[in-house]
Design a protein around this ligand. Structure first.
Ligand code: AMP
Ligand code: ZN
Length: 122
């Protein structure tokens, strides 16, 4: 029952389809569990989205079984920041979670934003 629901979600979810390369993206990193690609509407010179290939809706629905995956997302952001040479100047990592935060894609994603001085957060 739940297995089938997840299959349906993964067929229709934008970021599941991007990680399965059914929808094109500018890939920045890929491993067995993680996928990272350029944001289509960048807010800064570097704006990369880091996602797990496995569908998780957001931080609010993640659980202790997702600990390793969540850690890998953050360490992937760290590595990409080094690759893009923004690790010394600094960068912002953001998990928008549900509507008040402006989450529009319901597949957990970590924004890596940098390459310029960023404004204050709301
Ligand atoms: P959020 O508001 O946190 O849900 O962020 C979703 C992000 O996905 C936004 O910054 C969008 O610009 C980005 N986005 C939406 N569709 C695509 C796409 N097809 N390829 C790359 N980025 C996308
Ligand atoms: Zn998904």
């Amino acid at each position: 029952m739940f297995g089938n629901c997840l299959e349906i979600v993964m067929k229709t979810c934008l970021f599941c389809q991007i990680s399965q390369k059914q929808i094109p993206s500018k890939v920045q990193f890929e491993s067995g569990e993680i996928f990272a690609f350029d944001d289509a509407n960048p807010k800064a010179p570097v704006h990369i989205l880091i996602i797990p290939k496995r569908h998780i809706e957001n931080v609010a629905t993640a659980n202790s079984q997702d600990k390793k995956l969540l850690g890998e997302m953050i360490l992937t952001a760290q590595k990409l920041a080094q690759d893009k040479k923004i690790d010394q100047t600094g960068y912002r990592l953001v998990f928008n979670t549900r509507r008040h935060a402006g989450q529009i894609v319901d597949h957990i994603h970590l924004h890596l934003i940098g390459g310029k001085k960023l404004g204050q957060m709301a």
